[in-house]
Design a protein around this ligand. Structure first.
Ligand code: HSE
Length: 438
C-alpha cells in the first residue's frame, strides 16, 4: 500500500522533532500503523532558518495554504501555534477533507467546539494528544483507558516551565528571571513566557482535560487562573516546614453543584507522588470512581517528547483512515450529542483548604482575634506556625493552614482579618489540596 502523505505546518522545535522521530522509527511505526507515513510537504515562515532535522524529500514552502490545499496530502499536522492563522488553516484543512493533528492547546481550548463540529460534519479526525502534557498520553488515557469510570477530579502539573521555576527556587534558591531564561533557552517556554508563569498555558490544557473528563463543552473563558509570580521563597520554606510543597496545579473537579476549573499555586502534602514531580516534568493525577487515583508522569515539553504524541496521533489517524467516521473515538470522549452543559462554578463557590500568611503585631490577643474571625465563618484551623520577630519592633509572621471551606467564606474572613489594626499589609493566601480522596 502507498504510504500516507502528511503535510506539516511549522518546522520549528516540534516540527523538527516530528520529522526526526518519523525518520528514525519509520519502519517500526509502519508496522504499527499498517502503512508507511511520509512527510512530503512543509510550510515554514523562514526557509533559511537552521533546523534540528533534515528536510531531504520534503517540499518546503512559505505559504501554508499550499499545504492545506494540496490534494496529495491526507493529514495536516498543525505546529505553528497561536489561534488566529492556525485556526484558519485548520478549518481550511478540514473543509478540504484532511485529517488534522495539532499540538495547539490554545486553538483547541478556545476554538475546539467549532473545530470538532466542522470535523464531525466532514467525517475527518482532529487529534490533539500533544496539546496537553507533551509526551504523556493523557488524552488517550482519559478518553479511552478510563472510559468505564466516572471521573471525580483531576489535578495536574501541566506547565513544565512553571514547575521548573518552582523547583529551582526551592532547591537552589535561584531567582525567577534566571530560571525562566534557562527554560526559554531549552525550548520549554511559550513564545510569550507570561503564558507559562501566569497560568494561561495551563488553563488552556485544563480546559481540554476537564472537557474530556466530564463530557462538557470546552470553556476556556470560565477557568479561574492565577500565576506563580507572587510565590516567594519564604512561602516555599514555610510550606516545607509544614510538610507541603507548592506546585502550580490545574484542578478540575465535579461536585454536586457543578464543575470547578481552576489553575493556581497549590500546597500539596510532600508525601504525594505528584508533589515530587520536579523540574520540567509534568504529571496528571486522575481520580476515577472505579479505578481510584491514577498518576501519569513524563516530559511535558521539548522536541521529541511532543513529537512522540504528534506521531502517536498520526498513527491513530492512519489506522482509522478506512473506518466509518461514526465509529471513531469521539473528539471529546463523549458522543457529540451527549455533551452536557453542567454549570462551571464561580470561584466563591469552590471548596478548598488554605495556607494563610500574615504579619502581625507581637502582642497579646492578636492570634485570638484572627482565630475568632475564622471561627465565626465556620473555618477550622489545622495548623499554626508563628515566627517570632528577630528584633524589637519587628512584626511576627503567622502562618496557618485551614480545613476545607467555601472560598466565598474565606474571602470574607480575609477581608475582616486585613481590617484588624494589629495586622499589616495584605494576607498571602495559597490554596491547599490533599489530593487523597473523592
Ligand atoms: N510552555 C509549555 C510548558 C510547553 O512549559 O509546559 C508545552 O506546552
Amino acid at each position: 500500500m502507498e504510504p500516507v502523505k502528511v503535510g506539516l505546518l511549522g518546522m520549528g522545535t516540534v516540527g523538527g522533532g516530528t520529522v526526526n522521530v518519523l525518520h528514525r522509527n519509520g519502519e517500526e511505526i509502519a508496522r504499527r500503523a499498517g502503512r508507511g507515513i511520509e512527510i512530503t510537504h512543509a510550510a515554514s515562515r523562514d526557509l533559511n532558518k537552521p533546523r534540528i532535522c533534515s528536510t531531504e524529500g520534503i517540499t518546503l514552502t512559505t505559504n501554508p495554504n499550499e499545504v492545506v490545499e494540496n490534494s496529495e496530502l491526507q493529514i495536516v499536522v498543525e505546529l505553528i501555534g497561536g489561534d488566529t492563522l492556525a485556526r484558519d488553516l485548520v478549518m481550511k484543512a478540514i473543509a478540504n477533507g484532511k485529517h488534522v493533528v495539532t499540538a495547539n492547546k490554545a486553538l483547541i481550548a478556545k476554538h475546539g467546539n467549532e473545530i470538532f463540529a466542522a470535523a464531525q460534519k466532514k467525517g475527518v479526525m482532529v487529534a490533539f494528544e500533544a496539546a496537553v502534557a507533551g509526551g504523556i498520553p493523557i488524552i488517550k488515557a482519559i478518553r479511552e483507558g478510563l472510559a468505564g469510570n466516572r471521573i471525580e477530579w483531576l489535578a495536574g502539573i501541566i506547565n513544565g516551565t512553571g514547575n521548573f521555576i518552582l523547583t529551582e527556587m526551592r532547591d537552589k534558591g535561584s531567582n525567577f528571571e534566571d530560571v525562566l531564561a534557562e527554560a526559554q533557552r531549552l525550548g520549554y517556554a511559550e513564545a510569550d513566557p507570561t503564558f507559562d508563569v501566569e497560568g494561561i498555558d495551563a488553563a488552556h490544557k485544563l480546559t481540554i482535560l476537564a472537557s474530556i473528563a466530564f463530557g462538557i463543552p470546552l470553556q476556556f473563558e470560565k477557568v479561574y487562573n492565577e500565576g506563580i509570580t507572587r510565590i516567594t521563597r519564604e512561602d516555599v520554606e514555610s510550606a516545607e516546614q509544614l510538610g507541603y510543597r507548592i506546585k502550580h496545579l490545574g484542578i478540575a473537579k465535579k461536585t454536586a453543584n457543578g464543575v470547578e476549573m481552576r489553575v493556581h499555586p497549590t500546597l500539596i502534602p510532600e508525601r504525594r507522588l505528584i508533589a515530587n514531580v520536579d523540574g520540567v516534568m509534568n504529571a496528571v493525577l486522575v481520580y476515577g470512581d472505579a479505578v481510584g487515583p491514577t498518576l501519569y508522569y513524563g516530559a511535558g515539553a521539548g522536541a521529541e517528547p511532543t513529537a512522540s504524541a504528534v506521531v502517536g496521533d498520526i498513527v491513530d489517524v492512519v489506522r482509522t483512515l478506512t473506518s466509518d467516521p461514526e465509529n471513531r473515538v469521539p473528539h471529546l470522549a463523549f458522543q457529540p450529542d451527549a455533551i452536557s452543559d453542567i454549570p462551571v462554578l464561580p470561584m466563591d463557590e469552590i471548596q478548598t483548604a488554605y495556607y494563610l500568611k500574615m504579619r502581625a503585631q507581637d502582642k497579646p490577643g492578636v492570634l485570638a482575634d484572627v482565630t475568632r474571625i475564622l471561627g465565626d465563618r465556620g473555618i477550622s484551623i489545622e495548623a499554626v506556625l508563628q515566627k517570632e520577630p528577630t528584633s524589637a519592633g519587628e512584626q511576627a509572621t503567622i502562618t496557618m493552614l485551614t480545613h476545607v471551606v467555601m472560598e466565598g467564606s474565606m474571602n470574607q474572613a480575609i477581608a475582616d482579618i486585613e481590617a484588624l489594626k494589629s495586622i499589616s499589609g495584605p494576607i498571602t493566601r495559597i490554596r491547599l489540596e490533599h489530593l487523597n480522596k473523592k
